[in-house]
Design a protein around this ligand. Structure first.
Ligand SMILES: Cc1cc2nc3c(=O)[nH]c(=O)nc-3n(C[C@H](O)[C@H](O)[C@H](O)COP(=O)(O)OP(=O)(O)OC[C@H]3O[C@@H](n4cnc5c(N)ncnc54)[C@H](O)[C@@H]3O)c2cc1C
Length: 243
């Protein structure tokens, strides 16, 4: 789907510095948990000059320095967000981890019902396709697709396990519901070792379980090492690197 305007239906706090945003599904939009969308905003009136300079220097703008911007110019900034609802109906959900120093995430945190955003997608090939069991390793905001996939797996009478590492865990209610419904959910603090936990989960669910890995690059590295150490199939894992 090309860039399309759609409305925000609701914004929920799901922990410190994290929101889940329900967006109205544009006509004929469909996606699976684990796929991601691109959100694009005009930040011309929202960013300080220093932030514009940084974006220009990083090649994110059409100009090479912020000085070249003229009054009325758009400053279009895009970021990707992964679907965290188990399916797409009238609405779908994304989960956003907010670094207050970040460029776009704080703008997303300020959204409320009725605001309009520009969305395109879905993108990505590493999503849930009915596998049983689904073993999902998530770091930071990677917990969004983790819960979406686990909820979808249980809804299809499949088994699911989530290993989630974060400094402050978010989406605690949904994780607790998943546990109540029979999923294995293991929370790890930042810096805690993944290998023993991944080994335990693969012992319980089988080394040939379909693995899913979502998070920023450092987490992806740790997770693939842990999978290899546990005798799992990191080559066959479905992995989305958040950057
Ligand atoms: C395929 C894909 C899917 C994504 N899905 C999600 C998602 O579902 N939810 C979500 O919150 N984000 C997701 N992201 C990341 C998101 O697109 C943005 O990069 C993020 O929101 C930060 O944007 P920003 O403009 O606020 O920060 P920027 O101004 O771009 O600044 C970078 C900020 O990104 C974060 N960051 C960058 N690298 C790391 C890292 N290695 N470890 C921890 N934090 C880091 C930090 O907050 C950092 O301050 C995804 C990225 C990709 C490529």
């Amino acid at each position: 789907m090309d860039p399309t305007q759609t409305a925000v239906r609701a914004v929920h706090d799901v922990g410190p510095d994290a929101v889940a945003i329900d967006l109205e599904s544009p006509t004929e939009f469909d996606a699976q948990p684990g796929q991601f969308v691109k959100l694009t905003f005009d930040l011309a009136d929202k960013l300080e000059f220093e932030a514009l300079e940084r974006l220009a220097a990083e090649g994110e703008l059409d100009v090479e320095t912020a000085d070249e911007l003229e009054r009325g110019d758009e400053v279009l900034v895009s970021r990707f967000y992964t679907i965290s609802s188990p399916d797409v109906g009238d609405t779908f959900e994304i989960t956003v981890g907010i670094d207050p120093e970040g460029t776009l995430a704080p703008v997303l945190a300020d959204l409320s019902a009725g605001d309009v955003v520009t969305v395109s997608g879905p993108f990505g090939n590493d999503y849930y396709e009915g596998e049983d069991p689904a073993v999902i390793l998530a770091g930071g905001p990677g917990v969004g697709p983790a819960i979406g996939i686990a909820e979808r797996a249980l809804a299809e009478d499949n088994r699911a396990a989530v290993v989630y590492r974060d400094d402050v865990p978010i989406h605690q209610d949904r994780l607790s519901d998943l546990r109540d419904e029979g999923a294995t959910v293991t929370l790890l603090a930042a810096g805690e070792d993944l290998p023993p936990v991944v080994a335990d989960v693969l012992d319980d669910y089988g080394a040939d379980s379909q693995l899913f890995v979502y998070g920023f690059a450092d987490f992806i590295d740790d997770a693939t090492s842990a999978i290899d150490a546990a005798g799992g199939d990191s080559e066959g894992a479905k992995i989305e690197n958040f950057g």
